[in-house]
Design a protein around this ligand. Structure first.
Ligand code: H2U
Ligand code: ZN
Length: 354
């Protein structure tokens, strides 16, 4: 009865915010898990100063970069002289299409084969650009390629995972602006948990979990930016210090379903968010981000709502990151900075551009 227990952090009648000032746990209905929040541990003053070395200046073209136009990749192929986005199959793909359907099970040892594909998406031919430094039209081009790739891969695969690792701290292998897309026949662990979480809410309330959530959060203390189409917020149950959820405010199942107006608005919201991130500590902000969209299968998807997660690891400065260790690995996630404080800092960072 985890949902009933979530009532322990519910607001008193008449209040829209459910913010406690002593240690408490917050419920994440998407994943059916809890996060421990210890606000008193950060009641020290926020210095807000910028630390860390200024970012290296990168060349617009790097002859040694495997993503720049015309350069050779690991498999010997040469990239075209592309001018917008460019997509290719990962030369070191973790998934491949030609896998026979097999299951092996013996007692507790269960395995099943997984077919799929992995692609790399270059966001721009310019080696030195960050998404925040791209024009709205260029970011719109990235949104379009995410949507087109999703539609194409969704014809063959059940789960299409669009994502980006940015910065060395998150394992990105190259500063050239790029993301990835992996698609496979299984519903992966996070997808399955979110599918179950949204379905649970739908079954209990006959409404859509994330649309209800957007309605409850709009205009509130955890919102970083909002417009008529999108809500960009630090979720109530955020685990990472500056975790952000990007949520369309009306029903959308998948990226290809976004109409022209929502794609333009999304491009503007992404630029604003990434700009705030980069301004926060005065460094190109590392993160892993990705889209969760309804699976491509024959189930009913009324419980689903498209959304993006941003998971940045930094905590207090360019060099102080949050480690998910000890208690987090063995008991449950914990944070000191509240989601409300994180959102306020991101809103403030938006005012001094990087
Ligand atoms: P990351 O920076 O998020 O690791 O993405 C880059 C991907 O590019 C990585 O998965 C692939 C790596 O396998 N890659 C190629 O496909 N070809 C290359 O020549 C080098 C790297
Ligand atoms: Zn490059």
């Amino acid at each position: 009865m985890t949902q009933a227990r979530a009532g322990r952090v519910a607001a008193p009648p008449g209040s829209r915010t459910a913010v406690l000032t002593h240690p408490h746990r917050r419920y994440n209905p998407l994943l059916d898990e809890w996060v421990l929040v210890s606000p008193e541990r950060t009641r020290r003053p926020w210095l807000g100063h910028k630390e860390g070395a200024p970012p290296d200046t990168l060349p617009a073209y790097d002859p040694d970069c495997y993503l720049c136009p015309r350069n050779r990749r690991a498999n010997g192929e040469r990239n075209p002289q592309y001018t917008g986005t460019f997509v290719f199959t990962n030369d070191f793909a973790a998934l491949r299409p030609d896998v026979p359907v097999e299951r092996a099970g013996h007692g507790l040892l269960i395995a099943e084969s997984e077919a799929g594909t992995c692609r790399v998406i270059c966001f721009s031919p310019r080696h030195d650009l960050r998404m925040a430094g791209m024009t709205q039209a260029e970011v719109r081009g990235v949104v379009d390629v995410w949507a087109d790739q999703t539609a194409e891969l969704g014809d063959r695969y059940r789960w299409v995972q669009v994502f980006e690792n940015r910065g060395e701290a998150m394992g990105a292998s190259n500063p050239h602006p790029h993301g990835q897309i992996w698609a496979g026949t299984a519903l992966p662990v996070e997808g399955a948990r979110e599918d179950a979480g949204q379905r649970r809410w739908r079954d209990a309330h006959r409404t859509n979990l994330l649309l209800d959530y957007a309605a409850q959060e709009q205009g509130g203390p955890r919102v970083v930016f909002e417009d008529d189409e999108w809500l960009v917020l630090v979720p109530f149950w955020a685990v990472w210090p500056y975790e952000v959820l990007v949520l369309p405010r009306s029903p959308v199942l998948r990226l290809p379903d976004l109409d022209d107006q929502r794609r333009e608005a999304l491009a503007a919201s992404l630029i604003a968010l990434l700009d705030s991130y980069d301004s926060l500590f005065g460094v190109p902000f590392p993160y892993s981000m990705g889209w969760h969209q309804a699976p491509f299968d024959d189930e009913d998807h009324a419980h689903w709502q498209l959304h993006a997660h941003f998971y940045p690891p930094l905590l207090r400065s360019a060099s102080v990151r949050k480690f998910m260790v000890g208690y987090e690995m063995l008991a449950e996630s914990q944070r000191d900075l509240t989601a409300e404080d994180a959102a306020a800092r991101l809103r403030a960072a938006a005012r001094h551009r990087y």
